[in-house]
Design a protein around this ligand. Structure first.
Ligand SMILES: Cc1cc2nc3c(=O)[nH]c(=O)nc-3n(C[C@H](O)[C@H](O)[C@H](O)COP(=O)(O)OP(=O)(O)OC[C@H]3O[C@@H](n4cnc5c(N)ncnc54)[C@H](O)[C@@H]3O)c2cc1C
Length: 342
């Protein structure tokens, strides 16, 4: 192995080359060279710093537990906080380098503005940022929040649009138990202080215009709502297809919100799907039975410029990726954010 190798970091807005000494990770070498990369945990568990090796050889030490699946590794995905360069390599990144300058990460104390139950198991948490804080983000990104009264941090995607910088909205699934879930169910009140760090992540709309296919599982709808606002402002005429699925009809939320958006975005089509329609509720009109993957059709990806955006639990993302590739969608047009368990 040579003592150092060049690694070409291919952002969506250009390429930057860094020299990576032996024993140094790509993230460390990039930091040392003043090249900023999207990252968060730095220990290989959050999956934020993922890149795809187009050519070359990036190796992650064996025997550790990572947030990448075998099929993702086989497709060339690597976590840059763990990867070492064993040859000159090219790594594709899903975001523009300029994003990190445009949307710097800040740490601040926000205040709870509202806690609204959107259904049986989902809360909309509204956070107000201090007037003195300059916070901006790209639709699709997320923040980390400290659960009040604990040292536990949890990640949540902004559901509000990127133009709204002082009041952020999050849609959060309230689980039967869990740090944030317990707080939201039993204690959350207007005026509570919540420490917040962000924005984080490279998930967001592709730079080139074209049809959008959004596939959301559960609260994976959050970043899609934010991205829809961006598309609405951009007044694009390209079709936007949103597929939103939950396990049970009782877990669905924001159907009225989606209806409203459909009424003022003529190019937006929405498919809502549940695994178990159940009969405990009045039937929800226009809800399909199945899951967000089973209702995909070849027509969804027929236009060659279609970009797919996937967000939700890891199993759904894996299924959706496999199906989209089967349908002939190029891997580089599939953008995904996994809601990995904390
Ligand atoms: C980038 C990103 C963005 C995300 N965005 C969203 C979003 O917009 N909306 C959303 O709803 N979620 C989102 N998530 C998921 C979110 O971060 C949390 O994982 C989720 O809300 C659960 O947090 P919690 O504190 O309620 O539960 P946790 O405390 O994480 O617990 C979850 C489950 O694990 C169990 N558990 C907890 N501790 C233990 C233990 N020690 N041993 C065994 N079991 C245990 C609990 O009983 C519970 O069933 C996102 C995740 C990521 C990575």
């Amino acid at each position: 192995m040579t003592t150092e190798n060049n690694v070409h970091l291919k952002f969506t807005d250009g390429t930057k080359t860094i020299s990576v000494p032996a024993g140094t990770t790509i993230l460390e070498a990039a930091n040392a060279a003043g090249v900023r990369l999207v990252s968060q945990c730095t220990i290989g568990t959050c999956g934020t710093c993922v890149g795809r090796v187009a050519c070359g050889d990036l190796v992650m030490p064996e025997g550790r537990v990572y947030s990448l699946r075998q099929d993702e590794m086989a497709a060339g995905h690597r976590l840059l906080c763990q990867s070492h360069a064993f040859a000159e390599s090219e790594v594709e990144l899903d975001y523009p380098a300029a994003m990190l300058d445009e949307y710097p990460v800040i740490v601040t104390a926000a205040k709870v503005g509202a806690v609204t139950w959107l259904g049986e198991s989902v809360v909309e948490l509204q956070l107000k940022l201090p007037k003195s804080v300059r916070f901006s983000f790209r639709a699709g990104q997320y923040v980390r929040m400290r659960v009040p009264g604990t040292d536990e941090w949890r990640s949540y995607s902004m559901a509000s649009g990127e133009r709204e910088r002082k009041k952020l909205a999050f849609t959060i699934r309230v689980l039967p138990s869990g740090a944030m879930s317990d707080y939201l169910r039993t204690a959350a009140a207007v005026g509570d202080q919540i420490d917040l760090e962000g924005p984080i992540g490279g998930f967001g709309l592709a730079d080139d215009p074209g049809p959008s296919l959004m596939i959301a599982g559960g609260t994976g709808l959050a970043p899609m709502l934010s991205m829809l606002e961006t598309l609405q402002t951009a007044r694009t005429d390209f079709p936007i297809r949103l597929v939103f699925g939950c396990t049970r009809a009782a877990d669905l939320f924001h159907l009225d919100e989606l209806d409203a958006r459909r009424s003022f975005m003529r190019n937006l089509g929405v498919r809502v799907v549940v695994d178990e329609p159940g009969n405990e509720l009045a039937p929800v009109p226009d809800v399909l039975t199945g899951n967000p993957v089973s209702v995909l059709t070849p027509e969804d990806v027929a236009h060659p410029q279609t970009s797919a955006y996937l967000c939700g639990p890891p199993a759904m993302l894996q299924g959706a990726e496999v199906r989209l590739l089967e349908l002939g969608m190029p891997a580089e047009r599939i953008h995904a954010e996994q809601f990995l368990p904390s």
